[in-house]
Every structure is written in C-alpha cells, then in structure tokens.
Design a protein around this ligand. Structure first.
Ligand code: GFB
Length: 311
C-alpha cells in the first residue's frame, strides 16, 4: 500500500532552487496543495522562524530541497556555508516536521557523501565505509547528518522520513556562475561564449579524466514524487541514470550541442575531485522507477533554457 499525497498540503522547502523548482513543476500534475515560502517570508537557518511558519501552514508532506549547493570550487573554498548552513536548514525542518506531525518527509542526500574510493557502481551499503573526497567533505558531512537524522526519527518515533541520493544534477534553473557552478552548466556557458567570440579554445578545470553521472532535474523530481508514494524505508535510495562519461566527453557533447568547434585546454591548478561516482540504481529500479531523459537531450533542453533566461 502506497502513501497518498492527494488533497495534502505539500511544502517544497527551497522552491526557488533548481531542485525545488522542478519538484513544484512535477507536483502541478498531482492533486495536492503546494506550499512555498520565499526567502523574505522565512529564513530557514532560524529555528524559531521555521517553527512558527510550519505551525501556521501545517504541511502534511515536506520535500527538503533547500540547501547551500555548488560545484567543486565553491565546496572547496566556502566550508562554513556548506557545513553550517546546511546543518541548520535541514535540522530545523526535519525536527519541526516531527514536532507538528508531518506524515511524510523527503530529504535529499547526494552521491558525494559516499567514500571517495567506493567500489563502482556505488551501492547504498557503501555509506560510511571509507574516507570522503576532501573537496566536498563539508557538504558531505552535512548531508550525511541529514540522512542520519531521518533514519533516527524513523527508528525512535516511527516517522515516515525518507532520503534519496541523487547523482550530479543539471537542468533549467541551474546556477550558471562560472566560479560557483557545477561542471555541466559551467561548460554550457564557456562553450556558448567561446562560440560567440570565435575563440579557438575552451578551458576545462583539472585533467578532464574524472567520470561523472548526470541526472536531469526533472527526472529527479519525478523520482521524488514516486518515492513519496511508493517508498517507506530506512535506506537512502540512489537516483541516477546508470552510466557516466569523462569530463572531456561531457565537454565534447556540450560543444557539439552548442556548436563550438575549437579545442580544449586543461587548467591543472584546479582540482579533479573524486575520480568516479557512478551510482548503482538497482534498488530504485526494483521498485519500478527509471530515469527517462538522455544526456544529449537534457543538455539541449538546458542550453535552450540558458539562452532564454540567462545568456
Ligand atoms: O561539477 P563539479 O564542480 O563537482 O566538477 P564534483 C566536476 C568535475 O568537472 C571536476 C571538472 O573534475 C572539475 O574539475 N571541471 C572541468 C569543472 N571544468 C570545470 C568548470 O568549468 N567548472 C566546474 N565546476 N568543474 C560536486 C561536489 O563535486 O558534486 C558537491 O563538490 C556536489 O558536493 C556535487 O555533491 C554533486 O562532481 O566534483
């Protein structure tokens, strides 16, 4: 028997972000009331404010899509933001969700919370079996604490709080700022600008050799609604596409979509990060969910969004 969100008040915390925005779009086809709080309405790092807002709005379902996120450089250089703000935001929301009797809560972990050298593809059981990747350990520690807090509420109070571990996400609403973004939006911007300027070369950070798996955020939003309805377990479930590419291959694909015909150079002063983090999605596939958006198609859609909204 699944969980029903029909007629329920569903709070998407972080609805202005890429993930929250996608979840709101996906919930539009469900028969539920979507609650949102803007940054002006509510500072999620302030416990008393979160308590008061939740007591007033009485969400029955909560999707925790609010977090400080960023690419390898932002993670590596702003450790306080990634550790402290994320701990505050998630703990305020999760603990108050229990206090007001929220029926179901969905928390987002991340594939970077697995050990740096976990066996590939990474199974959910790899969590906490080895050392973390140093460039994102602050974010990873916060996310591990969030996953554990959901498990703790389930164990002590039987709360139906679940977590998912998405792989690297991209899509409309992404951050396209070159210093703080993830690789995929950064390379869309770089390829777009290089094409416009007739540049001969485009610079990649690191060696181009690390491998990454990319999931379109609309697929993640679909998985979120699927799991809300169909999953009530302790294990945080991996959500990915099942295959990965090298950063160089990603750059070639993006260059092809954008129409940049020059060559690539490599900035060895920038970190590579973890060598590979391909997720084993056997568990979520077993429940009946699979990603639908292919990488080339997803990049093309994201490039269209970028040109219409950001370029
Ligand atoms: O996406 P990204 O910033 O983060 O970088 P992670 C992925 C790879 O792309 C790294 C390379 O090897 C980068 O060196 N890269 C090449 C670039 N060119 C660029 C560029 O122009 N910009 C960026 N940003 N990268 C993050 C974690 O790790 O993954 C977060 O820091 C989070 O915690 C996220 O979990 C999903 O994949 O290395």
């Amino acid at each position: 028997m699944g969980f029903s969100i029909t007629g329920k008040r569903v709070w998407v915390a972080g609805h202005n972000g890429m993930v929250g925005g996608a979840v709101v779009r996906r919930l539009a086809s469900e028969n539920c009331e979507v609650l949102k709080a803007t940054r002006q309405d509510l500072d999620l790092t302030r416990q008393a404010d979160v308590e008061a807002w939740m007591a007033d709005k009485k969400p029955q379902v909560v999707v925790v899509a609010a977090a400080v996120v960023g690419g390898i450089h932002a993670n590596n250089t702003r450790p306080v933001d990634f550790l402290n703000a994320n701990l505050q935001i998630q703990s305020n929301i999760i603990s108050n969700a229990h206090n007001i009797g929220v029926e179901k809560l969905f928390f987002l972990g991340s594939s970077c919370i697995y050990p740096r050298l976990a066996p590939q593809p990474i199974n959910e059981d790899s969590l906490l079996t080895g050392a973390l990747e140093p460039t994102n350990e602050w974010y990873a520690i916060a996310k591990i604490a969030g996953v554990k807090l959901c498990q703790a509420y389930r164990r002590q109070f039987n709360a139906d709080f679940i977590s998912a571990m998405p792989t690297n996400l991209y899509g409309p609403g992404d951050n396209f700022d070159l210093l703080s973004s993830h690789v995929l939006p950064a390379l869309i911007v770089k390829a777009h600008n290089a094409k416009l300027q007739n540049a001969q070369a485009l610079e990649l950070w690191g060696s181009g050799k690390p491998m990454r798996e990319f999931l379109h955020v609309d697929d993640l939003a679909d998985a979120c609604v699927f799991l809300l309805k169909n999953y009530s377990g302790d294990v945080p479930l991996n959500v990915g596409v099942g295959s990965d590419v090298t950063i160089r291959e990603l750059a070639e694909l993006i260059a092809d979509v954008v129409g940049f015909k020059g060559r690539f150079t490599f900035d060895a002063t920038k970190p590579d990060g973890t060598p590979r983090k391909l997720l084993d999605c056997g568990r979520i596939h077993g429940l009946g969910w699979k990603a639908k958006i292919g990488l080339r198609d997803g990049i093309a859609r994201t490039y269209e969004w970028y040109k219409a909204n950001e370029a």
